[in-house]
Design a protein around this ligand. Structure first.
Ligand code: AMP
Ligand code: GLY
Length: 404
């Protein structure tokens, strides 16, 4: 079968890498793709330029714009939610009201239409308080304000309709399922690292690294999340595609921070690396409404993906910087997924904020972390920065007794 991937980041490179290994797949296309994806797929500028047996959508923007509705109207099988269902990610106000209506556990909140209402809402919450822009913001529309001065600063940055919400504490988990509108197939759990600096310091990014380890959620926690969060959502919306619940595991139980209507990035890099079954078959089943009884298999060892970002990211950053050491990184056994690269006159160069995600697995979490960093440290470009502590929350949780 021929598969078309929509998008051109690390998640889409991981999809292309995994799909190109399937014996069922004769051709992988990506639109627009990127320089790394071009190593395993044919990149095309328009998604309408190719005939594929199934299309899978990576990023949120085309989903919110209605690519799934458009493809289905043309009789083309596609994995993703309709524009209407994509509003679960496209509007924070919509998703918070949806959680409330369905009784899905989430942080207490108020909606503010303008600055005046936001000021009034702030009086109702203790500090720290969380302010979220309503629309899509590439992971950068959320500000945690620790005092009134920071809250005022946040209101200067986040204009328009806002959600003001209670600050929750706990560990964050990325829980993703694939749905055909009725049946859901859960992915292994993963943890992202959203803040730009070690120790979760600094502003939020799209994600600086992720790991997947089966122990991130117990079987009972997984069942609870499926029952209280995922199944009610799929039933209410007939959701098709990847549904990603960003959860805070609080002392009172899991709370939904946000929904995404796609695979997470970099979570997808770690997850698809661990996936131990044929992804093409599962995607085709999802597109055909045929996921009943399907389940995914995972390699038992954990996987880790460490993002190398451009100097300045998540703020402004330069592009066109030559990237060195990609081959040396691959020689360590790690896999380098390209997020923001292009082919320049003398080789790969930077073309985005997140540049590559160096991904590896191991028999246990410490060895997976070591394998990923062995790859990262081979790569160099001017201004490159990465977090040194990807996966350390897992180490603290699972290895504290061993003193690792
Ligand atoms: P969101 O886009 O809603 O997932 O928010 C981005 C990040 O902000 C999350 O991954 C959390 O790290 C943080 N965050 C969002 N909402 C809350 C909250 N209510 N309490 C604490 N942290 C939050
Ligand atoms: N890594 C978080 C996201 O994909 O939204």
């Amino acid at each position: 079968m021929k598969i078309l991937i929509i998008g051109g980041g690390g998640r889409e490179h991981a999809l292309a890498w995994k799909l190109s290994q399937s014996s069922l797949v004769s051709k992988v296309y990506a639109s627009p793709g990127n320089a790394g994806i071009a190593q395993v797929a044919e990149c095309v500028s328009s998604p309408d330029a190719v005939e594929a047996d199934v299309t899978v959508v990576g990023p949120e923007a085309p989903l919110v714009e209605g690519i799934v509705d458009r493809f289905r109207a043309a009789g083309k099988p596609i994995v993703g939610p309709t524009a209407e269902a994509a509003q679960l990610e496209g509007s924070k106000v919509h998703s918070k009201r949806f959680f409330k209506r369905l009784g899905i556990p989430t942080a207490d909140f108020l909606v503010a239409e303008n600055r005046e209402e936001a000021e009034a809402a702030l009086d109702r919450f203790k500090f720290p308080v969380v302010l979220k822009a309503d629309g899509l913001a590439a992971g950068k529309g959320v500000i945690i304000a620790h005092d009134p001065a920071e809250a005022q600063g946040a209101l200067d940055t986040l204009r328009g309709r806002l959600v003001v919400e209670e600050f929750l504490t706990g560990e964050e988990v990325s829980f993703i399922v694939l749905s055909d509108g009725r049946n859901v197939v859960p992915f292994a759990p993963a943890q992202d690292h959203k803040a730009v600096f070690d120790g979760d310091l600094g502003p939020n990014t799209g994600g600086m690294g992720a790991y997947s380890d089966s122990r991130v959620l117990t079987a009972a926690e997984t069942e609870y999340i499926l029952d209280t969060v995922i199944r009610p959502t799929v039933e209410a919306t007939r959701f098709t595609g990847f549904l990603y619940a960003g959860l805070m595991m609080t002392a009172e139980g899991p709370r939904v921070l946000e929904f995404n209507v796609r695979l997470g990035d970099p979570e997808a890099q770690a997850l698809l690396y661990r996936l131990d079954c044929d992804l093409a078959q599962v995607l085709m089943a999802a597109a055909q409404g045929d996921l009943a009884g399907a389940r995914l298999a995972w390699k038992s060892g954990p996987s880790v993906s460490v993002v190398a970002a451009s100097g300045g990211y998540p703020g402004a950053y330069p592009t066109g910087i030559p990237i060195h050491g990609l081959d040396e990184a691959a020689e360590t056994g790690a896999t380098v997924f390209h997020s923001g690269t292009r082919m320049g006159a003398s080789g790969f160069e930077t073309a985005g904020g997140r540049v590559v995600g160096v991904t590896a697995a191991g028999a246990d979490l410490p060895s997976a972390i070591s394998a990923a960093y062995a790859g990262v440290t081979k790569i160099h470009f001017e201004g490159m920065h990465y977090r040194n502590d990807i996966g350390q929350k897992g180490i603290r949780r699972y290895y504290k007794d061993a003193g690792t």
